[in-house]
Design a binder for this molecule. Structure first.
Ligand code: PLP
Length: 236
């Protein structure tokens, strides 16, 4: 059995190798440790190895861990799960990043509810790149208008795009999905109301981070390869 510290080391090496293979600058890809279903002690172990950014999918669980680890103020908390309207206030109050904004109503609430004493909330727009009706994320064709509107909200800092393409699809179509998100980011950056301000491409997970980095990911969201297989049976 390998430890979280060992796993973090090998994920970091995978990221470095893929970054180099893509002829991209060292350090241009950040690692978000996806810690859903994991107890606070696992996050503490990762933090002791230098991991700072943690991603949580479920609000209540995330809030409990933020509180349990409040003695580590250097940690950065990212909300990456689906967002219901009644959850926006707690997200706006306790997280530094939200990757899963896919409609204006949610963005407006997050902006209105972001406390004045905190810096603007960093936001990525989640895009449904596979265009399956069942999944969350805005439609590609709605993105230009949504991004323009979100970029005007005073208490949000629009940073980029996020997608969760189905990791089990054939490699070619997975690559197409990552490429489509990268292309969308480039296109948005050429919109006058965005004007090159978006730098974050949140894509790639344990099984496909190399492919995502080859297509321009700047932030990979990795759970299993750091913490081991998740056990949802325990109530997570
Ligand atoms: C769970 C999750 C991940 C991490 O997936 P792994 O395959 O465990 O690395 C990344 N992003 C999102 C949005 C997730 O829900």
């Amino acid at each position: 059995m390998s430890s979280i510290a060992d796993n973090l080391g090998s994920v970091t090496r995978r990221i470095q190798k893929a970054t180099k293979a893509a002829a991209r600058a060292d350090g241009s890809v950040n690692l978000l440790a996806v810690s859903k279903t994991r107890p606070p002690r696992d996050l503490r172990e990762a933090a002791a190895s230098g991991q700072r950014a943690f991603g949580e999918n479920y609000l209540q669980e995330g809030l409990e861990k933020i509180e349990a680890l409040a003695d580590l103020p250097e940690l950065e908390w990212h909300f990456i799960g689906p967002i219901q309207s009644n959850k926006t206030r707690a997200i706006a109050e306790h997280f530094q990043w939200v990757h899963s904004v896919d409609r204006l109503k949610i963005a407006r609430r997050l902006s209105e509810q972001r406390p004045d004493n905190l810096p603007p909330l960093n936001v990525c727009l989640q895009v449904n790149v596979d265009n399956e009706d069942s999944k969350s994320g805005c439609r590609m064709e709605d993105l230009p208008e949504l991004a323009a509107a979100v970029s005007k909200l005073p208490r949000l800092n629009l940073r980029g795009l996020m997608a969760i393409p189905d990791p089990d699809q054939p490699e070619d179509s997975l690559r197409d999905s990552f490429r489509a998100l990268a292309t969308a980011l480039g296109r948005l950056n050429r919109q006058p109301d965005i004007n090159g301000t978006l730098g974050t491409l949140s894509m790639g997970m344990s099984g496909d981070l190399e492919l995502a980095i080859a297509e321009g990911a700047t932030l990979v969201r990795v759970g299993t390869a750091i913490f081991g297989a998740r056990d949802y049976g325990a109530g997570g």
